[in-house]
Ligand binder design. Structure first.
Ligand SMILES: [Zn+2]
Ligand SMILES: [Zn+2]
Length: 480
């Protein structure tokens, strides 16, 4: 072993360095820790759900916020007339609070895919608060765990537990905090906007979620109650359900052009529902890219909005993966699909598995009525194919029992790649002597792994590389 290689006992990083690093976990002294949580006590999720304890498993606060309040809003809407101005404002505020989640909570804080000036961070923390989906700190920590442990037990909203679970079931039922994967949020703890929003979360939610939209409609055109019901409650419901789709629909519906080893998928419907977060297969591969959609024609208003903020000087350092890296992922996934397709096709018995027969044996069998043809030292049984031969019965029959290498390769007819492919499915043996040397060289190359194989070990036969394809001087070969 070269002396420069690390051996057992030699650590790559000095232990002093590791112990000097801050712990990624929140300290008990940090303002954001749930003081009631005691990791030593058994958690309710450790006991199975029964008829007598099911209500203890339910997160009643979240049930009230996500199901109860929206239901109340739906009932109120029956006798609350919807004014046109209120409707316009509701849609506009829907987009603003939606961007608070997608551009703020998600792309800015969870993934740091760009940087934002203080006024923009305050705006996003306020708007995200108005969407009523928890504090930035809580949301981004769970989301980082979701990316780090996608589809595993440590994924807070793993789609493997069901579509409804990944949508909002994970919030309606109590979760064991020990289960969620660890993530580093030291950068979030250093952002005063994030810390302030987390500390004052309830005030932010009530004001931005309900009071602010009501004030706009009330002072604007006197529709206080409409502002509360439509701009507040029902808008919250729609924003929540839309953004929850990133965790459910985006892991369930669509294509996987970059990697299909886990659940994230790309689909335009998810993009339409989630303000552009629908290209989720791309997003999980390139999470710190400020874009979700990379094609100009794909729907990603969150990306467009971040770009406009950049033009206004509010956002900067927009991160973008190089096209070269993106295309590599796409090609590898295409290759994988191609390998799967190739594996389903019949490429004939591999040369090294064919029996070796002597020339005399070959000639004898052919004489006794078996339609055997030798091309480049490989014996093919064409008995059932004679009647279907596109060049006619006579031509193919004239090669039976002979060395038809030259005939097949241009002496009589220059056969197509498709013909070589078809011929390979009729292989039955390899001739000892004659072309044996060449063919065995090939077979040995294959065994040594010199032949290209795909990731499943399947041999790749490219067009024009079938062993029966012989590039030789046809005239001399024919004369031999
Ligand atoms: Zn995801
Ligand atoms: Zn993400």
């Amino acid at each position: 072993m070269p002396s420069s290689q690390p051996t057992a006992g030699h650590l790559a990083v000095k232990p002093e360095y590791l112990s000097s690093q801050p712990s990624p976990m929140a300290k008990p002294s940090e303002p954001n820790r749930n003081t009631k949580y005691d990791p030593k006590k058994p958690h309710i999720t450790d006991t199975p759900i029964t008829k007598s304890n099911w209500y203890k498993h339910v997160n009643w606060l979240n049930v009230t916020l996500i199901v109860g309040v929206p239901l109340y809003g739906c009932i109120q809407s029956f006798w609350t007339p919807l004014q046109f101005k209120t409707a316009l404002w509701t849609v506009a505020y829907y987009f603003m609070t939606g961007f608070g989640i997608t551009a703020g909570y998600h792309r800015l804080w969870a993934h740091t895919s760009y940087s934002a000036t203080l006024p923009l961070r305050i705006f996003l923390a306020a708007m995200g608060g108005g969407a009523v989906e928890g504090s930035v700190r809580w949301w981004a920590r769970d989301h980082r765990a979701h990316h780090r442990y996608t589809d595993t037990e440590k994924d807070p909203y793993s789609v493997r537990k069901g579509l409804l679970y990944s949508h909002f079931g994970w919030m309606l039922m109590k979760q064991n905090p020990k289960r969620i994967g660890r993530t580093d949020i030291s950068d979030l703890n250093e952002d005063p906007v994030v810390v302030w929003q987390h500390k004052n979360y309830l005030k932010v939610v009530i004001f931005m979620g309900l009071i602010f939209p009501m004030l706009v409609c009330g002072f604007g055109w006197g529709d206080w109650w409409g502002g509360f019901v439509y701009g507040g409650i029902l808008r919250i419901f729609f924003v929540q359900q839309a953004t929850f789709c990133v965790n459910s629909l985006a892991h369930w519906l669509g294509d996987q052009p970059f990697d299909d080893r886990n659940s994230p998928r790309d689909h335009v419907i998810t993009a339409l529902v989630t303000l552009g977060e629908g290209y989720h297969n791309f997003h999980h591969e390139f999470p710190s890219d400020y874009r979700n959609a990379i094609e100009w024609h794909q729907y990603d208003p969150t990306k467009w909005t971040i770009w406009i903020w950049k033009q206004l000087g509010l956002a900067y350092d927009l991160k973008q993966f190089k096209n070269n890296e993106i295309e590599k992922g796409r090609v590898q996934q295409l290759q994988k699909k191609l390998d799967q397709k190739r594996a389903k096709l019949d490429w004939g018995v591999p040369l090294e598995q064919l029996p070796v027969i002597s020339w005399d044996e070959y000639a004898d069998q052919a004489k006794n009525g078996r339609g055997l043809i030798a091309v480049a030292g490989v014996v093919h049984d064409v008995t059932d194919f004679i009647k279907d031969h596109p060049g006619g019965k006579v031509m193919i029959s004239s090669g039976i029992g002979k060395d038809a290498t030259a005939m097949f390769n241009g002496g009589v007819y220059m056969h197509s790649n498709a013909a070589h492919n078809l011929l390979s499915t009729m292989r039955v043996g390899v001739i000892r002597g004659g072309c044996e040397v060449e063919i065995w060289k090939r077979a040995q190359k294959e065994e040594k792994g010199e032949v290209v194989r795909d990731e499943n070990g399947q041999r790749i036969v490219r067009a024009g590389t079938q062993p029966t394809k012989v590039l030789q001087n046809v005239a001399t070969a024919g004369a031999a």
